[in-house]
Design a protein around this ligand. Structure first.
Ligand code: FE2
Length: 410
């Protein structure tokens, strides 16, 4: 079974990544920051986690305000690094752990945390700025990442208490995963800083020290603070420390800090800390679940029915995207003119191409295609939904219509 073996709290300011990419680790101005990460890297090397579960926020790089999720979990076999306007950082892409992430998603939603799910969206500095300092990554990262994005940009934000409870739910979810995995939970952000308005440049390192103490000893006190109180104490953008509270919730009630450093170089008091648990994560905590989505218990017994779930969505992402893109006139033209070029653009496998070529509607659904993208393809192929329904039932259109009360409605 999977277990949580510790936690890391870390700032994620982009300047950390920039200074790292410019190899300024020994620059006297930056050395106190980088030195603070060396014990973290050593701890991770000793612990050898399989997965780093990151509570982070996206800074309008992979998500935009037209649809900005409060909580979103990344379920994907791999993640790229985002281009935030100055080019992609020279870091390798990182493996995801789609199976664990799908399990955690099922558990969280059944635990009434209704997560948005993202797949191949790139990770921005919320993840990658501290990641490079903590984990060796040439030629590849030593493990996988499970990213959980929390909205800390656009009010209303989730409350500190809600983030704390999310962490507790994540712990229950991880501990119920049947495979042996070692998971370290990372909470990113802050500490004190403000980077907008006349109060730009605000810091309060006394508050930061108090926060770090309360974080270990009295997380409930922090979880009860409002966003305005957090902003008053630490500056507007320090409200992102609610992501540390998500990490805190995923740890045992009693923890010990085994390393802590903070350094105020420019505008953010950049902290990093490592926490070990007084009670280890273990099988007594949560029963192992072979089926994490309890809502689907018994679904297999319902003939001719295929639940479109996250696991199928991950498997068939490119294929679903092929059909979804039929909303675009240019792509519809391409499919009509040169379907192989369209297949190539979406990197479809031979099996997927064959299913499309055969217009095997039932086969496509069984494979993991959502009907609601499939019907867009049907429009381009001049098929009505009724014809597709009949095909899936192995009937002619006429036979299918005879089973309807208003057959002429076709
Ligand atoms: Fe941030």
């Amino acid at each position: 079974m999977a277990s949580i073996i510790g936690g890391i709290g870390t700032s994620h300011v982009p300047t950390i990544g920039l200074a790292y990419d410019r190899k300024r680790q020994d620059d006297p101005a930056w050395a106190p920051l980088f030195d603070g990460y060396k014990p973290v890297a050593k701890w991770l090397e000793e612990q050898q986690p399989d997965v780093l579960l990151f509570f982070y926020n996206d800074h309008a790089n992979s998500f935009f305000f037209d649809c900005y999720p409060t909580f979103a979990i990344g379920v994907s076999p791999e993640f790229d690094m985002a281009d935030e306007g100055a080019g992609r950082r020279p870091l390798p892409g990182i493996l995801g752990h789609a199976k664990l992430a799908a399990h955690v998603t099922d558990c969280l939603v059944n635990d009434e945390f209704d997560m948005a799910v993202f797949q191949d969206r790139a990770l921005d500095h919320g993840c990658n700025s501290p990641l490079g300092l903590m984990w060796p990554h040439e030629p590849a990262w030593p493990g996988a990442i499970l990213p959980i994005a929390i909205n800390v940009l656009q009010y209303p934000l989730p409350t500190a208490k809600r983030c704390y409870k999310l962490g507790q739910a994540v712990r229950r979810a991880v501990e119920s995963f049947p495979e042996d995995l070692k998971v370290v939970v990372v909470g990113t952000g802050g500490l004190s800083h403000q980077i907008h308005g006349e109060r730009t440049g605000f810091n309060d390192t006394d508050w930061d020290e108090e926060f770090l103490r309360l974080f270990v000893e009295q997380p409930d006190t922090l979880a009860a603070m409002t966003h305005a109180e957090l902003v008053r104490r630490g500056g507007a953008e320090s409200v992102e420390i609610i992501m540390w509270l998500a990490m805190r919730g995923a740890l045992s009630d009693e923890i010990r800090c085994v390393h802590q450093n903070h350094y105020l170089a420019t505008t953010t008091n950049m902290a990093v800390a490592v926490y070990e648990q007084m009670e280890e994560s273990g099988p007594a905590a949560a029963p192992v679940k072979e089926r994490a989505n309890e809502q689907l218990a018994g679904i297999e017994e319902i003939d001719g029915t295929y639940a479109f779930d996250v696991a199928h969505s991950v498997k068939a992402l490119n294929l679903n995207r092929f059909f979804w893109r039929h909303r675009e006139p240019a792509f519809r033209d391409l499919v009509t003119r040169d379907i192989d070029a369209a297949f190539e653009e979406l990197r479809l496998s031979e099996e997927e191409r064959a299913l499309v070529r055969r217009q095997d509607w039932l086969g496509l659904v069984r494979y993991g295609v959502s009907f609601f993208v499939l019907e867009k393809f049907a429009r381009v192929q001049k098929m009505s939904n009724l014809q597709v329904y009949a095909h899936m039932r192995g009937e002619t259109l006429e036979e299918f219509l005879q089973t309807r009360r208003v057959p002429a409605s076709a």
